[in-house]
Design a protein around this ligand. Sequence first.
Ligand SMILES: [Mg+2]
Length: 295
Amino acid sequence: MATVPVLGAEHADVLARARILFTDVDGTLVGPGGTLLADADGRPSTRTAEAVVAVNRAALPVVITTGRNRMQTAEISRLVGWRAFIAELGCVVQFDRSEEPALLAGDWPSDALMPGETPWQAIMRAGALDALSQAFPGRIEEHAPWHVDRYATHVLRGNVDVHEAQRLLDELPLPIDIVDNGVIRPPRHTLVDVEEIHAYHLVPRGASKTRAIRLVLDRFGLEPQHALAIGDSASDVEMADAVALLVLVANALEDERVRKAVSGRDNVAVTRGRRGDGWAELASAWLEARSGRTA
Ligand SMILES: [Mg+2]
């Protein structure tokens, strides 16, 4: 399996050219419990928050790029002072908080939806949740309380064979993909004998963070060479297709699925720090490279 280089001097040039950062939230920007004001182990810390402030002072835009829903993402963005965001794994794209977001449904044709129906409702109507809970009893469930107020994607938690789950979804009348969004530690769940819990999303086929990043770059008149992304999950790795450099926080490589996904990619680096500590590490390297003070 490929070794991922540690973020360092060899990345100074690409960091110096970058003018925008797309960031995942869970497991990347925030620590355990979704806290920004904690280190990777959950101890109170302002390190990541200070990194956010430093990036904001440099007037470099950061775009939250997450599986969370629109309301959650809008509120987090406001709290940290960022204006654009990508929610629901690329199905909700807000270019600026002064505008209504663009709502996307991947490659679905317009007649995939019944009148007035959202993609979220259509996925339910197609029987996707029933099919998975019947095939994997006790091993997958809705990621309550974050499973509601969604436009297009369903968020689930558990531990299932994703390929088998995809085979089941492929038998349904709508093209729906299951996406592994990484390891989570939910405060409560009703799963049975599941040790490592992953967040999964059911998405309209063709929807992706990558596609949404391309839309944002296009809108801002930027090219992939101007963009960085940071994340922690197998589904974040594909962001590398739309940016100059994808940075993984160190905890990402604890997940075998991430290690597999990065294989063969040459624009991926990993931080030494985990979660928000890794985020702060990237912020610091980026600002240093931008200021031309790299060794
Ligand atoms: Mg994540």
